[in-house]
Design a protein around this ligand. Structure first.
Ligand code: ADP
Ligand code: MG
Length: 398
């Protein structure tokens, strides 16, 4: 079953003024776009609208100007970078509402693209001021949201505006929602999760939600130390949130009640130094010296994890299993990632992953392209994994 939301293909856009919320919060250096990944991501929606005869009017935020006009946070440099990718002119208006924007839209021919200035130059953007949403709504006939990464925020251009105009998901948003739905909304079972990363504290809601939805969940990375400590194992000088031991035990009990099999580490890689090429030793649980730290998952843990992947039809992954930035402590993460990628590439596993460091780890392992879907949405992805409704997505539901 697919998720219910209004899709771009259902909209009649011919000759219409279409306001498209995109994520153009791109890295810039010396006033130039230094990484155009996010611009490329918006191309399918922009091109589809151009092709179908719409006036394409792009709305986006950039950085954190906090409701004031900050010249260094202008979106103006994005217009030429986008024009290059589209091989067509991209007009720019230096306000996202009012007469300047209206005049630019009047002049815009069908099939052409106009970028409006940073929505966050207006204080009403982040407060989701209905007056600002109405002013944006005055500019267009339809609204398309293609910025999943901003959908966890109820802002005027991500939520308010969707209540003012007929609202649809763009192609990027659609791909993201369909992938997430396949992984956690309505997955093929058994469905397993892998959660790693440094801290339990940043992922409590996520763990609590996942144990109610998954058939099995592997916990790794630094956060696994807290679980091992909570179960009474020696963890030496490892990173650990000792005050969360009871919380970890609660999560273990919650998993038990929900028949979610928890896979905690059964062996570990330790070292007294976190440095490239530092000597790494395989140890059983509890076999640690006081000055040693757990920095990666052990080989038995990884082979049990990959066997669990073989027994699963769906995988959802957030958080590296070790300190992958510092080899050799990347071994566990890389081995697990490559295994998941092979299963996904051969069609035997739906493998979905997300999270800033997780994306970096999958790229490090060279397997991001083989995963079924890799979300670069950061905060929105994590809130979705926590089971929270995303205001920008809710507003697209029929
Ligand atoms: P994401 O950004 O994908 O959500 P996190 O930010 O939660 O992931 O976690 C990533 C970090 O966790 C990485 O910087 C990695 O080095 C760290 N990490 C993984 N395992 C350990 C460990 N055993 N000890 C300390 N840090 C760890
Ligand atoms: Mg991170």
């Amino acid at each position: 079953m697919s998720l219910a939301f209004r899709r771009l293909e259902d909209a009649d856009v011919d000759g219409k003024r279409v306001l498209v919320r995109v994520d153009f919060n791109v890295p810039m250096q010396d006033g130039k776009v230094s990484d155009d990944t996010r611009l490329r991501a918006a191309l399918p929606t922009i091109k589809a609208l151009q092709w179908r005869g719409a006036k394409v009017i792009l709305l986006a935020h950039f950085d954190r100007p906090k409701g004031k006009r900050v010249p260094s946070m202008s979106l103006a440099p994005v217009a030429p970078a986008l024009a290059k990718l589209l091989e067509a002119d991209v007009a720019f208006a230096d306000d996202c509402v009012g007469d300047t924007a209206k005049a630019a839209i009047e002049k815009l021919p069908r099939g052409r693209v106009l970028l409006l200035e940073n929505t966050r130059f207006h204080a009403g953007e982040e407060t989701n001021d209905p007056a600002l949403a109405a002013a944006m709504g005055d500019l267009g006939d339809l609204y398309v949201n293609d910025a999943f990464s901003a959908a966890h925020r109820a802002h005027a251009s991500t939520e308010g505006l969707a209540r003012v105009l007929p609202a649809y998901a763009g192609k990027c948003m659609e791909a993201e929602l369909d992938a997430l739905n396949r992984a956690l909304g309505d997955p093929q079972r058994p469905v397993m999760g892998v959660v790693g990363g440094s801290k339990v504290s940043t992922k409590l809601d996520l763990l609590r939600n996942l144990v109610t939805k998954l058939d099995r969940l592997a916990i790794g990375g630094g956060m696994a130390n807290t679980f091992l400590y909570a179960q009474g194992w020696e963890i030496g000088a490892s990173y650990c949130e000792k005050d969360l031991a009871e919380t970890a035990r609660d999560i273990i009990r919650l998993a038990g009640r929900n028949k979610c099999e928890l896979l905690l580490p059964i062996d570990i890689i330790v070292s007294e130094r976190l440095a490239p090429g530092a000597p790494a030793r395989v140890r059983g649980l509890g076999e640690m010296d006081d000055d040693e730290r757990i920095l990666d998952a052990g080989p038995e843990t990884i082979s049990r994890l990959t066997r669990a992947m073989d027994d699963s039809r769906t995988l959802i992954w957030n958080g590296p299993l070790g300190v992958f930035e510092t080899p050799p402590f990347d071994h566990g993460t890389v081995a697990a990632a490559r295994h998941a990628a092979r299963r996904a590439a051969s069609g035997r596993l739906v493998a979905v992953a997300g999270g800033g460091d997780t994306v970096a780890a999958l790229n490090h392992a060279g397997v991001a392209d083989d995963f079924t879907f890799v979300s670069t949405a950061g905060g929105a992805f994590l809130e979705w994994m926590e089971g929270k409704p995303l205001p920008g997505v809710e507003a697209l539901k029929p």
